[in-house]
Ligand binder design. Sequence first.
Ligand SMILES: *Cc1c(COP(=O)(O)O)cnc(C)c1O
Length: 364
Amino acid sequence: MPPLNLRIPGPTPLPNEVREALSRPMINHRGAEFKAILRDVTAKVQHFYGTQNEVLFYTASGTGGLEAAVVNTLSPGDTMIGVEIGVFGKRANTIAERYGVRVIPYRVPWGQAADPDELRALLRRHPETKAVWLTHNETSTGVTNPMPELVAAIKAESEALILVDSVSGMAALPLPVDELGLDVVVSGSQKAWMIPPGLATLSVSERAWAANQRCTAPRFYWDFAAMRKAAREGSTAFTPAISLFYALQVALDLMLQEGKEAIYERHRRAGAWMREQVQALGLRLFADPRHASDVVTAVLPPEGVDPDELRAQLRERYNIVLAGGQGELKGKIFRIGHLGLFTQDELQAVIDGLREVIAARVSA
Ligand SMILES: *Cc1c(COP(=O)(O)O)cnc(C)c1O
């Protein structure tokens, strides 16, 4: 059996250097050593975000980061336009609703990206909008939103805060936070950062800090102000996931060695290659090709074939693990992850494996 080829859109495989870092002994999280690590990773994460904004770290999965973005900027009764192009956009809207935010969903058929003109028209109809929620890369459908165009549409029409879920996009796909003027941008450690799940990062703009001061939503663990106060003293408000900080520091150095632009280029090529190869197998892509994601490829199975059965066969025969569909796409598509750590051979193995299991399935 070949080694595990984990090709899901997070958690991603870990570089050996990261796995070693994870086994280091604990340190005092209020001591000088942790302070130095936090300072170092903060500057390097800011580099990948393209921001001078404060970056906060929470011990949480990505969803915790989404909740933190909501409860620190929006008060009960505030209006938020939630751009929903898949499972994760829908989740953000649900979180906001739970906290009493009046959510105006902008629902786009799954597989499509949001349209800047439609978003602008919606903002014009709702001048009371306090924030717009955007998903940068919608992992469930394999679609990347046209962020510069959507942001320009929002800014042309409104002063609304721009809150962004870039959990699976940041550090793999370009999203220059300050150049675009994004207010809160959430990412998650198990995606392009090549470390295990458990660390959510958020950048917070000056406008978002102003909103934070006025915001009356209940919060304790997620409170930005408490986290900022701790960060300025070189620590975190609560005990950090120390091992993940070791891992992140090592991963960031690997990422810097490769270079931000080279990382974007590697993902761009992987995405284009994967889409071409999948189609050459006679399979159809789920995402609108104009907005297909370069970190995850969503694929429709051959007619009459259960995608989950294809995945089970790949797993059994070749030790290749792909992701299934989520939400209403469960049992309808499968997804190939190509983000963070991957080699061309590993991507080739996915295509070779798919060719074999499809041939076997069709001739059976
Ligand atoms: C992975 C992911 C999340 C967060 O999911 P968790 O399971 O909570 O880490 C949020 N948004 C997007 C787009 C994601 O890909």
